[in-house]
Design a protein around this ligand. Structure first.
Ligand SMILES: Cc1cc2nc3c(=O)[nH]c(=O)nc-3n(C[C@H](O)[C@H](O)[C@H](O)COP(=O)(O)OP(=O)(O)OC[C@H]3O[C@@H](n4cnc5c(N)ncnc54)[C@H](O)[C@@H]3O)c2cc1C
Length: 277
């Protein structure tokens, strides 16, 4: 019987494991090894780790967690979760494990606009978040490849950073190729544009099999509905990181710092609930 099983070994899940480990709670963290920022080599906007490789952040996180004996880490994929009278069972590696609390930190998946060449540069010169990757293009031209109502706001955010912001609809870009200075966009009218980087708005979806199997309530955005401590609509089930949207926020906050904060708050709530029980 575990006090908590955490599904997901990104920043949200790792922080939850650290907090539970420090409180000597019997914890299992299960990680299938597929991270949203898996193609990124330099993550930014994380105090004390600005510019660090996310794989290195995960390695450091795991090393820190290894100091706490009550936490186990399993590299595997959870295949099912079921509610039972006194908690939940988790199916993993051909075993059924029992837990009082479940923390879902399974992240989201991105679907990029179908432009040839774009995916090869995802997480490097093609990004989605100006807070994470904008400064790296400072003083050079950037493209906003986005036809949504948010494109204009994104362009305005980038104005103080870039020398020029070129806004174009995805349907008007035929292909993207890497150059020594950044990217070349081949456009539908036959012309091309050289930019340092491009911002796209991928369609994202919650990794949802477990969410649906448990019948968790969602927000309009598609993210899992939580309170500020990551509690979902199902007793004993918490959601943190990219998959979660607390009621007081306008959408899920896609950042490392927010994922870490969410993981810590949910783990604290799990401890509170174990004490109350
Ligand atoms: C291109 C790109 C660049 C970014 N750059 C930055 C940046 O510079 N700075 C910043 O702050 N943010 C950045 N972000 C956002 C940041 O990466 C995410 O907000 C953060 O990684 C979310 O963490 P998470 O723990 O919620 O999910 P993830 O890191 O995606 O982790 C999900 C975890 O769940 C696991 N999992 C899923 N299903 C199962 C299952 N069934 N069984 C077991 N494990 C499972 C996965 O294997 C993984 O371990 C970037 C995002 C993208 C897409």
């Amino acid at each position: 019987m575990y006090d908590a099983i955490i599904i997901g070994g990104g920043p949200a899940g790792l922080q939850a494991a650290l907090t539970l480990g420090r409180m000597h709670r019997r914890t299992l963290l299960v990680d299938s090894g597929s991270y949203r920022n898996g193609t990124v080599r330099h993550a930014h906007n994380l105090l004390s780790n600005d510019g660090r490789d996310p794989a290195e952040l995960r390695r450091i996180g795991r090393a820190e967690i290894a100091a706490y004996d009550s936490v186990e880490v399993l590299d595997a994929a959870v295949t099912a979760v079921t509610r039972v009278d006194d908690g939940l069972t988790v199916a993993v590696d051909g075993r059924l494990l029992h837990t009082s609390a479940l923390i879902l930190a399974t992240g989201v998946a991105d679907e990029l606009p179908a432009i040839p060449g774009l995916a090869e540069h995802w997480g490097d010169t093609v990004a989605n978040c100006p807070f994470c990757h904008g400064h790296e293009f400072a003083g050079r031209p950037v493209a906003v490849v986005n036809a949504s109502p948010h494109a204009a706001a994104l362009a305005r955010m980038l104005e103080p950073v870039a020398s020029e912001v070129f806004v174009v609809a995805p349907a008007d870009v035929r292909a993207v190729a890497g150059t020594t200075e950044g990217l070349r966009l081949r456009l539908a009218d036959g012309s091309s544009r050289e930019v340092a980087g491009a911002f796209v708005a991928p369609a994202w979806t919650v990794r949802g099999e477990i969410v649906d199997a448990l019948g968790l309530e969602r927000q309009e955005s598609g993210a899992v509905r939580t309170d500020p401590f990551g509690r979902t609509s199902v007793e004993g089930v918490y959601a943190v990181g990219d998959i979660a949207q607390p009621d007081h926020l306008p959408g899920p906050m896609f950042s490392l710092a927010a994922a870490i904060a969410g993981g810590q708050l949910a783990a604290a709530a799990v401890v509170q609930s174990l004490v109350a029980d």
